[in-house]
Design a binder for this molecule. Sequence first.
Ligand SMILES: [Ca+2]
Ligand SMILES: [Ca+2]
Length: 465
Amino acid sequence: MRFHLSPLLVGLGSSLLLASCGENPVALTSGDPTIALTIVSGNNQSGVVGRELPLPLVVKATNASGSVIANMTVDFKVTSGNGSMYVVATSTNTNGVARNYWTLGTVAGAAQTIQVRAILSNGTKQVLGTFSATALADAATQIAIQAGGGQSGFPGTAVPIRPAVLVRDQFGNPVPNLPVQFAVTSGGGSLTGASSLTTSAGIATVGSWTLGPASGQNTLSATATGTGIAGNPVTFSATATSPQNTALDFLQSYVNVPDNPALDLTSTWTLEAWVYPRAAGNGADQDIISKWGGNPGASYILQINGTGVIRLVTSNGTTNSIVLGTTHLANNSWQHVAATFAQGTLQLYLNGVLDQTATGVMVPYVGTEPVAFGREGNFAGGTLNGLIDEVRLWNVTRSAAEIATFMGQKLGGSEPGLAGYWRFDEGSGQVTLDATGQGNDGRLGTSTSADAWDPLWSSNAPVIQ
Ligand SMILES: [Ca+2]
Ligand SMILES: [Ca+2]
């Protein structure tokens, strides 16, 4: 042997560059030109976290003429990934080859690198080469709810958050590409996307979960493929709750919606509500929807008049137009009342049937009075004895067919021309929301605290579906 390294010599008298793979030694670039080290095999493997890679890391030492260097000490240093080597240092054999075994760290996806190192005979620290590997998650050992537990929704509708599970290995790494099967286990609901694969984040999500047709408990299972998985299968629960349908009961009470230009009704508009009078025809006018006050300030008001017919009044700021219906409302039953306006032509409807037409009616004054239900906003007279529900203000003229068709149907809230929509379905509290989302929410009584002018929430409500 003509190389001049002593056995177990760590120091190489030069720096060198090392190819990450390939069979040909790379020549030294400076200093001693006689030593080269190549990675023979074992680079760029993929393996399971916390386990030894299937193939050893193999390097080969040669001199410039291609002769192998035996008995040369090679050190292996873990530089990222927190893995470990079987031995810290090993020696080349008579073929110039050194082997070592690498156990990866426990974090899937984390960079895993080993440097082959030496300290040269002149004291220089030298990196001879680098091995890399890809750390993959271990087998699944645990499954848990990631999202969508404990929801509630209406019967026959999909829960808002899609149920999802997180599958992890013994080290907590997410396990990707694992089949998870979702199945309805009670409640009679249905699924889409019941067969799912975990993502790179270890998450499997059902396509949708529609609750069963009845109120009550619904359950869904999620089963990961495999054995020994703690928590498998996961059970999701959801409660199907029938939609609340409430109305507001007025006596000496009202709802106040602060003035907003969006609620000014001028050349075309429609007012609608369901009303359950208890004292129609008692001689007094009773307010349903008002934007009214002393002139100037009065705009429009929909009432039951003293004889029990619909009464619609507009004011241009100084003069009123009064239009009366012809049909008396019944007491103690729900009825739908509507008024449409188109350039001075006013039509009144009772239960979707045209009840009166008038022309030359004043265009309402654009004022600043609040909109109120059951009374005027700023005047304590005209109180309704009865219930109101499903109030709708439109800045368009709804047709007779539209009124008849939609009076018993729930609106989405974004219908063209729908300026305000109060469903009174909150069932409690001091605020009834504007279902258009425009923010014209109503306040019960004179303040958002309990007060003597608050109407009462009631489960006596028309069926609006
Ligand atoms: Ca309602
Ligand atoms: Ca109040």
